[in-house]
Design a protein. Structure first.
Length: 395
């Protein structure tokens, strides 16, 4: 597509080199499967499981609403990112009346809008390095776009310009094409969220560009895909374990063959979604590589790969989004039974929900990293995952 055509010659050469190596290797020769067409035929959407999932979603949303501050934020962080995830979870409530804005979501959106800065970013503490605003801005854009309120479009367009400027444009650097949460390195979590936000608001940017007869505020999509490719374990620089082939790392590897590190489940799910949102074809070896890694390493007992630092809740959230976007149901696995991942993920998330003293449901991971110990953020992740699995609108 013309609107996503980058100018990064180095990125193009790197992609061509990797694809040529993959073709010679022949390791990723599995053909893509079409997505399911009839939503009612999707495995995992049996009536009983779906009702339980929607009940858990309602409990989680009520729990989030009960903990919202008067100014529309949530107490977890002064930055708008956590509040943006919580607001988005409420906006995507399947029980919400179409076209009606929930009061709690409205307060959350106003708080997010109040964090908009003159540079277009949406963050709060101006003393932080500018690049730190990338994550908060991307999360905020998704919430504002999810409201479908035209009054937020100027903020969305300004935020897109901020994210486009925040992309690493230093050719020759292994960070080229990615986004960093703070100072380098660029990482998969921030890059994937930026790509999701930019893809979700492409229609708004294109319509504005046509109206103003100017170029849309787009990133260098070719460079973005090149960064994703450098985070992926593909020939010629890949590890020796067959089950590692096609998986993603959180940051690019500089040391050549990846013999001491193994791909992570969250990073691979994020990488798959980001490739698809960047308009990389389903038949592309990089997409097939990520899908094949998820097939080979599929598990809900722990984050796939066993080395994921973020913990299971973020992994389930990322996996629900990526597999729903790819659309293979069930997930076919060599020499193993097909994985009815939609139903299995629903059941796992429902089983992890806790009940507070008021009888409302929430999620938290006491043994996880700092983010997974944040009940507001983890509850938002799990509600969003269940909404995706129950086939709520994608944004």
């Amino acid at each position: 597509m013309d609107e996503r055509r980058g100018t990064a010659d180095n990125g193009r050469r790197e992609i061509v080199h990797r694809l040529s190596s993959i073709a010679l290797c022949g390791a990723l020769a599995l053909a893509a499967r079409p997505a399911w067409g009839d939503k009612e035929q999707m495995p995992g959407l049996d009536l009983s499981t779906k009702k339980d999932a929607l009940r858990a979603v309602d409990q989680g949303i009520q729990w989030l609403k009960a903990r919202q501050n008067a100014d529309g934020s949530w107490p977890s962080s002064p930055q708008p990112a956590v509040s943006a995830f919580a607001t988005r979870a409420i906006l995507r409530d399947p029980a919400r009346e179409q076209g009606k804005l929930d009061a709690s979501a409205g307060k959350g959106l106003e708080f997010i809008a109040s964090c908009a800065q003159k540079d277009g970013g949406i963050y709060r503490d101006s003393r932080l390095p500018g690049a730190r605003g990338n994550y908060s801005t991307a999360a905020s854009v998704l919430a504002l776009a999810g409201s479908q309120q035209e009054r937020y479009e100027p903020l969305i367009l300004a935020a897109r310009r901020f994210l486009a400027r925040g992309q690493n444009r230093r050719e020759g650097s292994d960070q080229f094409g990615g986004w960093a949460c703070s100072d380098p390195p660029a990482d998969m979590k921030t890059t994937a969220l930026a790509i999701e936000a930019l893809a979700a608001t492409q229609r708004i940017a294109t319509a504005d560009a046509e109206k103003s007869r100017s170029a849309p505020a787009d990133p260098d999509w070719t460079a973005a895909v090149a960064f994703l490719s450098r985070c992926q374990n593909l020939p010629p620089a890949c590890g020796e374990r067959p089950q590692d082939l096609g998986g993603f790392f959180d940051v690019p590897d500089k040391a050549g063959p990846l013999t001491t590190r193994h791909p992570e489940g969250s990073a691979t799910a994020l990488g798959l979604a980001a490739l698809l949102e960047s308009n990389v074809a389903r038949s592309d070896p990089r997409v097939l590589g990520a899908v094949n890694w998820l097939r080979a390493n599929y598990t809900l007992d722990e984050p796939a790969g066993g080395l994921d630092r973020r913990g299971p809740c973020f992994y389930y959230y990322s996996l629900a989004g990526a597999l729903s976007l790819y659309g293979e149901e069930p997930l076919l696995r060599a020499e193993k039974r097909p994985a009815d991942w939609r139903r299995e993920l629903m059941i796992r998330l429902i089983s992890l929900q806790r009940t507070d003293s008021q009888g409302l449901g929430y999620w938290v991971n006491d043994q996880g990293d700092n983010a997974e110990k944040d009940a507001v953020l983890v509850t938002a992740y799990c509600v969003l995952a269940l909404e995706t699995l129950a086939d709520a609108p994608p944004y």
